[in-house]
Design a protein around this ligand. Structure first.
Ligand code: AKB
Length: 317
């Protein structure tokens, strides 16, 4: 049975990945760690072991690894794409410095390490449709630069030191527990909250901008399944494209409107986010993940909208 440390546990993905991991491996086998004080951790995480850790604090990270006899780390610490453009140095330090620390710790203590990459690892010269697993990666955001470098670094640690580093390239993640912050795909989460709370939404991404998206239950399952995959079957290792759905603001608005006929969407496009979105793929080809470890999404846009609206309706109405 794995003994897992989740870094960045209080964020959008962590707050749902920790319960998903605990359901598989047991509550006491999964330690939720975040920069925030323990008192600020969501109650849903505090049902099991929790620690306050700064990813840049190596001694503290190592002491927690020893305390709980950890053999696997999930690294979810990151400054997302839009905020990364306002804080590029911090983005480099956290996204890449943090990963470097965890790779070194994994090498020394023989741990497995999951780090997500992102559609942000692609750029304007990447083929935008059916973006292949192995293709041109010349991102133009600092977030993307850290993601490509992170993919290479993780591959390097695997090839050179045998570190069991694995990862997926996540699309924008749609979820209803913890809001994302500072991302380009955040609009696809906010639209559901605003539809329920206000009946209207102002999109900061323009019509016709297609990006890959994924509902959280698929995302947490992908993170668990890639780490459970038979290593003998992995040709790629880090940063598998994983896809579920691709839509533009008009299509997600239409799916919300089917359930809330009076829903109205308007546009106030954010230039920074739009430029990033324009540089990302419209839709990735994830056949390598499907072939090598059996990846299969369960949620399309229709199913995601139905679930998001039902959860948020119960919570806010
Ligand atoms: C972002 O928009 O920055 C993230 C991502 C796609 O990696 N959600």
């Amino acid at each position: 049975m794995k003994r897992i440390l989740v870094m960045g546990a209080a964020g959008q993905i962590g707050s749902e990945l920790v319960p998903a991991l605990r359901a598989v491996y047991g509550v006491d086998s999964v330690v939720a760690a975040d920069l925030c004080a323990l008192s600020a951790m969501p109650d849903s995480l505090r049902v099991g072991p929790c620690e306050q850790i700064d990813i840049l604090d190596i001694p503290k990270t190592v002491s927690v690894i020893k305390k709980y006899n950890i053999d696997t780390i999930y690294n979810l610490v990151a400054l997302l794409s839009s905020v990364g453009e306002t804080k590029p140095q911090l983005s480099w330090d956290i996204n890449l410095g943090g990963l470097m620390n965890l790779l070194e710790i994994s090498r020394e203590h023989k741990l497995a390490l999951f780090t997500p990459s992102s559609i942000g690892a692609f750029g304007p010269s990447t083929p935008p449709d059916n973006t292949p697993q192995d293709t041109i990666q010349r991102p133009t955001s600092m977030y993307g630069v850290t993601k490509v470098a992170g993919e290479l670094l993780a591959d390097y640690y695997h090839q050179k030191y045998g570190v069991d580093a694995r990862g997926v390239r996540f699309p924008g993640i749609i979820s209803n527990v913890t809001l994302p912050g500072g991302g380009t795909t955040d609009y696809a989460v906010q639209i559901y909250y605003d539809a329920i709370k206000k009946g209207s939404f102002v999109s900061n991404i323009g019509a016709g901008t297609y990006m890959d998206m994924m509902y959280m239950p698929d995302a947490t399952r992908a993170a668990i399944e890639v780490m459970e995959a038979d290593p003998a079957k992995l040709i790629h290792r880090n940063c598998f494209n994983v896809a579920a759905m691709s839509f533009d603001p008009e299509e997600i608005a239409a799916s919300v409107k089917k359930a809330i006929p009076n829903f109205a969407m308007s546009y106030d496009v954010d230039e920074v986010r739009q430029a990033i979105a324009n540089s990302w793929p419209n839709k990735m080809d994830d056949s390598a993940a499907r072939d090598e470890w059996g990846w299969k999404h369960e949620y399309n846009l229709e199913k995601t909208t139905a679930d998001m609206l039902s959860v948020l309706k119960q919570r806010y109405q």
